[in-house]
Ligand binder design. Sequence first.
Ligand SMILES: Cc1cc2nc3c(=O)[nH]c(=O)nc-3n(C[C@H](O)[C@H](O)[C@H](O)COP(=O)(O)O)c2cc1C
Length: 301
Amino acid sequence: MNKNLAVKLCGIPMKNPLTTASGTFNPQAHSQFYDLGILGAITVKGVADKPWPGNPTPRIAETYGGMLNSVGLQNPGADAFITEDLPFIRKFDTKIIVNLAGHSIAEYCRVAEKMTQADVDLLELNISCPNIKEGGVAFGTNASMAEEVVREVKKIVTKPLIVKLSPNVTDITEIAKAAEAGGADALSMINTLFGMRIDVYKRRPVLAQKMGGFSGPAVKPVAVRMVYQVHQACDLPIVAMGGVATGEDVAEFIMAGATMVATGTMNLTEPDCPVRILKELEAFMEKTGVTDINEIRGIVE
Ligand SMILES: Cc1cc2nc3c(=O)[nH]c(=O)nc-3n(C[C@H](O)[C@H](O)[C@H](O)COP(=O)(O)O)c2cc1C
């Protein structure tokens, strides 16, 4: 059976719906495991206007079915990303989504300006990082701030703008609608859930920052629920992530309403998981008689 896996996100054609969740994927390192050209798109780690050092260690901890991190958006800054990382990523036959980080509207706008001029395909505005003190999630948990930052960044960018939402809210549809009102072209979700672990022998938190972002297969039902709710509430295309580990997980998110789906924490434990996941997705389509992946988008009422 001939199968179509190609999708369009904001009018941009992708060879399949699979991408990588920001911060869980390192093009140089992962390209040693498989040809990154098999991906519909590569989404890169959050980039800020200037380099950020990240948070003190320990900043990673394992949990059942997932992990906690408080990396804090460590990154080399936009200029180094453009000159050092981007030419390498461009060598692969895939689209590039750049994740934008900032502490303030002015910082988001400065990095957005640099990246909209760079050789990338789409931009993803991260207003949902739980691991930085100012900015980040403060924008993603307040509807009027979310709308304002999206509106200001949209004034600058000429590339499609995906807005990445936080799950750490009472009603994610409220923030989704605010981002839509601000002019977002697409939404991505979910970022990590705010969590904590305590080392009972040392009687102190496991992470130096005390709290961090919870991700991995254990969070998937929360992510599916949020993708479903947002798809019901708003018209924007969705890039889904949160615990994706199998081809069936990709189909599940697409049935909930997603256009693209990202592997996140799984990239850390099984670096070539996209190869397996794409095969499983094709096998799922074969088994269930789906000839075009677009047929099943949002079919769950
Ligand atoms: C170590 C680590 C670093 C991350 N860095 C970023 C980041 O820079 N920008 C961002 O928007 N999300 C970041 N995230 C969140 C992921 O992109 C993703 O939204 C989240 O982990 C849920 O997907 P998963 O359960 O498949 O990992 C990071 C997650 C992890 C585990």
